[in-house]
Design a protein around this ligand. Structure first.
Ligand code: HEC
Length: 167
């Protein structure tokens, strides 16, 4: 009996079905204020709406906006996503020991800005209050073009970049 896959029509039908079934992912840049870039790249650790996991992954909802309130805080956020971070931090009164934030330099300037802008617009309970584009893709590009940071150096930067009343 001939293999049905040898027939060109059957093969092209299967290919068409596979293409139609391919997941459709909206371009993050086309949906400002939405969570596409964060959901696809960050939520597996930081959880949906950036709720975090105590002692493991920092809550970012309600915190990123406070960090981004100063220029130093915004520079810090840009460094964290581009170069990652390693070193103990305390969030919500609980230490995160041995946590590693990976580098996301493989993402575009726009995707990184979108992910951070989304976080900056979340209140503590994870509700979105869209604040507009706070992080400029061009600024991400400048940090990217500058000297490379180690994840430990980013941890040191955190000590000076966060507001006095630690978010
Ligand atoms: C593999 C898990 C993981 C993924 C994926 C991840 N993170 Fe993180 N993130 C962490 C951990 C762990 C820390 C804390 C690092 C430490 O303790 O030094 C962190 C820290 C941070 C911080 C600093 C928080 C603070 O209190 O200073 C920000 C901002 C952040 N992540 C944003 C993001 C964004 C945006 C993405 C997606 C582009 C992302 N993270 C993806 C695990 C992750």
């Amino acid at each position: 009996m001939p293999n049905p896959l040898d027939r060109p029509l059957a093969r092209s039908l299967i290919l068409t079905a596979a293409l139609l079934a391919a997941p459709w992912r909206p371009a993050a840049a086309a949906a400002p204020g939405r969570s596409a870039a964060f959901d696809a790249n960050c939520s597996m650790c930081h959880q949906l709406a950036a709720a975090g996991v105590p002692g493991q992954f920092p809550r970012l909802a309600g915190r990123a906006g406070r960090i981004a309130a100063t220029a130093a805080g915004r520079r810090y956020l840009e460094h964290v996503v581009l170069y990652g971070m390693m070193g103990t931090i305390t969030v919500d009164g609980t230490q995160i020991v041995g946590g590693v934030m990976p580098s996301f330099a493989s993402l575009s300037d726009q995707d990184l800005a979108d992910a951070l802008d989304y976080l900056i617009s979340l209140d503590k309970s994870g509700k979105l209050h869209w604040k507009g584009a706070v992080i400029e893709p061009a600024q991400i590009a400048r940090v990217r073009a500058g000297k490379a940071w180690s994840p430990m150096q980013v941890h040191q930067l955190r000590a000076t970049a966060l507001p006095k009343a630690k978010p």
